[in-house]
Design a protein around this ligand. Structure first.
Ligand SMILES: Nc1ncnc2c1ncn2[C@@H]1O[C@H](COP(=O)(O)OP(=O)(O)OP(=O)(O)O)[C@@H](O)[C@H]1O
Ligand SMILES: [Mg+2]
Length: 369
């Protein structure tokens, strides 16, 4: 079932809108991430989907059904939160079966289904344990199984991995991906971690200050950011930014005249900066020169700081043998991909269109307040 927001607003105090007139469609059967910095409105959006919050204005649809006035129970959503909130006195199997018990499913049926769900999330050997005998990752698996026990129309996950250590987070995000694929349940996953989002999501809605910045596939966010916020939020290391005024003469050769009146910031991905003499890279956009400030190699990664146009930028497209000497001039080149110019309000003004074979997922209509 898809989820549609039509001109939805929310003000906790009925005065100041946290979400202002937002519209989007979350596609059926896929995993969609809500991504953005702390306080941008991710949990608020999720709670509007679940029915725990009612919008101040606008309408919410599940498929063709208008659910705006329906409460969380009637919407049949499954939810998993950051803190697992399992019932401590119940066994794993009883925890998973509890929603079915509440729904008065026959005991034999719910135990059968409970065991199937435990197998799905790989806790079938822990059925008689209590939650405090499980690891954090196992607890979160049980919480997911319990959320799925109601056969929810939609599965909502609010930062479900943030209590886990880094390695377990990576393992569990793959597990959530697998479980979503196996069940096909429409899933909305909230995170503030861009790396988690790009690895798990079919599409990502980037939010900032209660506004949708861009809603598309992870690759398209990376390759074709609509604005400077998205360009800086997605990708590691963070995209290099330089005031356009500092480098406009260098860019004369490649950007059209209109960009000279609108362009305020140039943004360059670290991997788009390559050695000027790279024999493998015939497709360079333009040759430039700077000064090598510092270089570091760690494992298979080389990171190079360059002074270009009076600004330090980071390049990771160099091999060790292509590095120069610190403090000395260094010729480099830019690749055509991963170089963008943004205007005063942060919108991308160049390149205007970027060739791609990935079709975007468009919000039905995004009205920026
Ligand atoms: N119950 C509430 N009453 C008043 N204001 C609230 C309430 N809950 C959230 N807010 C405000 O709404 C804004 C969005 O909050 P929300 O919880 O949706 O952010 P978030 O993106 O989930 O952040 P985080 O990543 O920190 O969880 C914040 O400015 C927050 O202070
Ligand atoms: Mg939150």
């Amino acid at each position: 079932m898809d989820v549609k927001f039509q001109n939805v607003s929310l003000a906790y105090d009925n005065v100041n809108n946290i979400l202002n007139n937002i519209s989007f469609t979350i596609p059926e059967g896929q995993l969609t991430c809500l991504l953005g910095p702390s306080g941008c409105g991710k949990s608020t959006t999720l709670n509007l989907i679940s029915g725990l919050l009612s919008p101040t204005g606008g309408q919410i649809f599940f498929g063709d059904q208008n659910v705006t006035k329906k409460d969380a129970l009637a919407r049949k959503v499954g939810m998993v939160f950051q803190n697992y909130a399992l019932y401590p006195h119940m066994t794993v199997l009883d925890n998973i079966c509890f929603p079915m018990k509440m729904a008065k499913v026959k005991k034999a049926d719910r135990l059968k289904r409970g065991r199937e769900l435990a197998a799905l999330v790989h806790v079938e050997t822990e059925l008689s344990k209590k939650p405090n005998e499980l690891s954090g990752g196992q607890q979160q698996r049980v919480a997911i199984a319990r959320a799925l026990a109601k056969s929810p129309s939609i599965l909502l996950l609010d930062e479900p991995l943030s209590n886990l250590d880094a390695r377990l987070r990576v393992e569990m995000r793959e597990e959530i991906r697998r479980i979503q694929k196996e069940t096909g349940v429409t899933t909305v996953f909230v995170t503030h971690d861009q790396e988690e989002a790009i690895h798990i999501a079919d599409q990502i809605m980037v939010l900032n200050e209660g506004k949708i910045q861009q809603f598309t596939t992870p690759n398209r966010l990376y390759d074709q950011p609509d604005n400077l916020f998205v360009a800086k939020f997605i990708g590691s290391p963070i995209i290099n930014t330089i005031p356009f005024a500092n480098v406009r003469d260098d860019f004369k050769a490649v950007v059209p005249t209109r960009v000279f009146s609108d362009g305020v910031t140039v943004a360059i991905r670290a991997e788009s900066i390559v050695p000027a003499t790279d024999p493998h890279d015939h497709l360079t956009l333009l040759p430039l020169s700077g000064t090598q400030v510092q270089s570091n190699r760690f494992g298979r990664e080389t990171s190079l700081s360059l002074n270009y146009g009076g600004h330090t930028i980071i390049a990771d497209g160099f091999r060790e043998q292509d590095l120069g000497r610190n403090g000395k001039p260094l010729q480099f080149a830019l690749r055509p991909q991963g170089v963008f110019v943004f205007n005063q309000s942060g919108e991308r003004v160049w390149p205007e269109t970027i060739a791609t074979n990935v079709s975007p997922i468009k919000p039905t209509e995004v009205i920026h307040a």
